[in-house]
Design a protein around this ligand. Structure first.
Ligand SMILES: [Fe+2]
Ligand SMILES: [Fe+2]
Length: 525
């Protein structure tokens, strides 16, 4: 009987050295090529409509031992800096209050994405047949476990050292309240783990990791350090060093299905849907977090977006996959239009529903307004005047009895929530490209803000059934909903969310909200 490669390599190694005390990494890799998971019936708990080839290679070729050695060095550097140097520098107290609030959103949401990436790579491991490809997904699965811990640690660190820990300590408790969590779960949860396994890879690895981790994980380190935060770059750059493996996995997923007829039929549609889903949330939310959640600005979001999403990803990265039949998403052009005004539109709405959040927002200062007008001409006349009016009506002060949601009601500006993406929009108050579309199905009305979300829903309406807060709480009074949804601090009455970041400013309580008498209304009812 012929010897297997592994058996032969082991026999040869022993012939050369009768008492080895270590094994070379490349030698182990050679053995691993012979080692496979070629079960008679490959597990198909998570089937895919694509056939994944069984001779796919994996670029990193890391054994578990090398992997663990490399990652433990990275962990030691990161936790060493945090616990020693940064603790001595009192880094938590140097973070600008506005940015510390932004990190409540970013670290909590990214943690959810990391957690779902664990499951996504598990599904892909289950689905693939090539041993090397499985090995690549396995490495990523371990990375994602590490990243989940790292994001949780950022919250833990801020909860200990930032002046206002509420929100870093307990963001998840308010997950049923505001619209931000639901949109985030659409991209970071459903998008990564529901449906076809290969489609999930396209969503997580080809779009999420190859496209949006650059602005999400790399740009955030620049914005953080410009705003006094040394903690975030220390952790996020350590996360980012693993992303190359994940992008390579996305590339190999495409390679493994390239010859399958299903790829010619479905792949570009799956990619277009995945891209639109991811961009619909990340384009406005990241732009808003950076520009409205910071004191010192790095560069206009639209520039970052064009460089990383449009040119690097849409052009170069997807271009490399052209030989496998992959085309740049058709929706990329519409996304480019969104990247200019979408985050400005979203901040108006986010500030209007501030009591439903788990972080503090701040109105643009005079200095911010000048920066916005200089970089987005026309900003002041459209958005700036509204903020001036809200400020004049005392929106920051609990004694004023004014929350901007009332202004929307007074002025007849209805706020809708896009069913597919769960992102709120206001058709009568927008500079963005979207427009209102309403469909009726199964006795329910569904609103959409653009043709891509509408198309996705029309072809698979059963995938998008998430109830939004206007449907969920229709007819209920705001303070009651906040109390029920755990939106208060440890004293049982002060809101976690606040409409300003002033350390000495007065904080809003449930009583202040109750006095306003604001009742939820479903615009589709
Ligand atoms: Fe990750
Ligand atoms: Fe990743």
């Amino acid at each position: 009987m012929a010897l297997s490669t592994a058996h032969k390599a082991a026999t040869d190694a022993l012939a050369a050295n009768r008492a080895p005390i270590s094994v070379g990494a490349q030698e182990v890799h050679k053995w691993m090529q012979d080692f496979n998971w070629d079960f008679a019936n490959n597990r198909t708990k998570y089937p895919t409509k694509y056939h994944m080839a069984n001779d796919t290679k994996e670029q990193f070729k890391l054994t578990a031992k090398e992997y663990a050695r490399m990652e433990s060095v990275k962990d030691e550097r990161q936790f060493g800096s945090l616990q020693d140097a940064l603790a001595r520098m009192d880094a938590g107290a140097r973070v600008h209050p506005k940015w510390g609030e932004t990190m409540k959103v970013i670290s909590n949401f990214l943690e959810v994405g990391e957690y779902n990436a664990i499951a996504a790579t598990g599904m892909l491991w289950d689905c693939a047949t090539a041993p090397e490809q499985k090995n690549g997904y396995l490495g990523q699965c371990m990375d994602e476990i590490r990243h989940t811990h790292q994001c949780a640690y950022v919250n833990y660190y801020f909860a200990k050292y930032f002046h206002d820990p509420a929100g870093h300590t307990d963001a998840r408790r308010v997950r049923t309240l505001g619209p931000l969590w639901k949109g985030m779960k659409r991209v970071f949860s459903d998008g990564f783990i529901s449906g076809d396994a290969v489609e999930c890879s396209v969503s997580l690895q080809l779009v999420g990791e190859a496209c949006f981790t650059n602005p999400l994980i790399v740009a955030v380190t620049e914005w953080a350090s410009m705003n006094g935060d040394e903690i975030t770059p220390t952790v996020f750059l350590s996360i980012e060093t693993d992303e190359l493996r994940h992008m390579a996995n996305g590339y190999q997923t495409v390679v493994s299905i390239a010859n399958d007829p299903a790829a010619a039929k479905y792949l570009n549609t799956d990619l277009n849907n995945a891209f639109w889903t991811q961009q619909k949330y990340f384009t406005p939310v990241l732009g808003m977090a950076f520009e409205y959640g910071s004191k010192t600005k790095v560069e206009p979001w639209v520039k970052t977006w064009n460089r990383w999403v449009y040119e690097d990803w849409g052009g170069i990265w997807i271009g490399r996959l052209g030989k496998y039949g992959v085309a740049s998403p058709q929706s990329l052009k519409d996304a480019k239009r969104d990247a200019y005004w979408a985050h400005h539109d979203l901040f108006l709405l986010a500030y209007a529903v501030w009591p439903t959040g788990f972080f503090r927002l701040d109105l643009p200062t005079k200095e911010d307004a000048e920066w916005f007008e200089a970089n987005y001409p026309g900003w002041q006349d459209f958005y700036g005047v509204i903020y001036d009016e809200w400020r004049a009506r005392g929106c920051e002060d609990p004694a004023s009895g004014f929350i901007p949601l009332l202004w929307f009601i007074e002025n007849g500006h209805e706020i809708y929530i896009d069913r597919t993406s769960q992102v709120p929009f206001c058709p009568t108050l927008t500079k963005g490209a979207g427009s209102l579309r309403i469909h009726e199905y199964n006795g329910m009305k569904h609103a959409f803000s653009d043709q891509w979300s509408e198309r996705m829903w029309l072809s698979e309406p059963e995938r998008y059934e998430c109830q939004n807060m206007f449907e969920q709480y229709a007819g209920r009074e705001l303070s009651e909903v906040i109390a029920e949804g755990h939106g208060v601090r440890a004293d049982g009455k002060t809101l976690i969310a606040q409409p300003h970041v002033k350390k000495e400013g007065k904080l809003w309580t449930l009583e202040d909200i109750k006095r306003i008498g604001c009742v939820f209304k479903n615009p589709l009812a």
